[in-house]
Design a protein around this ligand. Sequence first.
Ligand code: ZN
Length: 350
Amino acid sequence: MQTLWQNLRYGARTQLKRSGSFVLALIALASSLSLALILSCDAQPQGRNTSAIKIERFTVSNVEVNLHYFDQRLVPLDARIKAVVGQAFSEAVKLFGGLPKDSSGADYRRFQINLRYGSGEAECDPQLIEIEMNEEMERKPIFGYGTWQHALIHEMLHFWNAETFGYASGREQWFNEGVTEYYAFRLAIKLGLISKEDIPARLALPLGYYLNDSGIGALSLCEAGEGARKFQHYFLVYGGGLAAGLALDFDVRANSGNAKSLDDLMKALYRGFNRTDKLYTTAALQAELNRLTGRDYSEFFRRYIAGREVLPIGQYVSVSDLYFVNNPRRFEATSQKGRILKEMFYLDQK
Ligand SMILES: [Zn+2]
């Protein structure tokens, strides 16, 4: 996958690449493309060909993990990086129902993460993550929620969603990036990287950015992901896709007594699609969801995914309920809605 800089420079190639990027440069807040370009160019690491100063190896789910450190300042984080990578990878294996696969369909035996010092730009290729991060991102997360742990989890999820089962075109970026964001949030919460108290505010940020994107109501989520628009309308894709994932997950749970969830769709994509000759389209996502739930999501997709209507997220699920589920004075935490929210965001775990 590509960095922002590469995307702007080689925008036409966007559709050809199979993976997604988690560009945490301040692009979407920048008022002009030229500013974004400068920020991103500045963020480009010096000399990608330099060799690592330290290599660490460990095994998770029988897969060899190679951490290549390119900056001394990241080495003190080593134990914590190993913990996040190990825990998130094994959780993702459970989520998708198996190890990530290469283009020949064989399970990963190893992957590598190149760790450089920088401000959050990252990309994922088959069996390789390139990430620029720094410890400060924890205290001052980019966009208010982008910690280095969140960025690492997001990129690792692309080993499955992007690199094991690939999207057919830019019109699926809302799912490739936004639903990956949704699961990055859920895994970060499950791993205890976001406290219960912080969940509503952290989650409200990307949902709020979605509603504040300049393309809201004028571009569909599908249109927002096409070509260079993906970066011009970053929050329509990432925040809008997260909103769609959240709404669909809650709806599937609410209509199945919490017996089914969006996780079932992720497992179905893992089993039924690949990155070569069976790529998923938005129509295929809808068909799979209908098949798995026995419900008809065509209106949802027609209005909020392929259409330009603003997703009325509160009609499905409200993040303020996530506050009250922990502070039950104004919300019945034992209601069906409360139980689903607790399950979705692991609020009962210690
Ligand atoms: Zn991404």
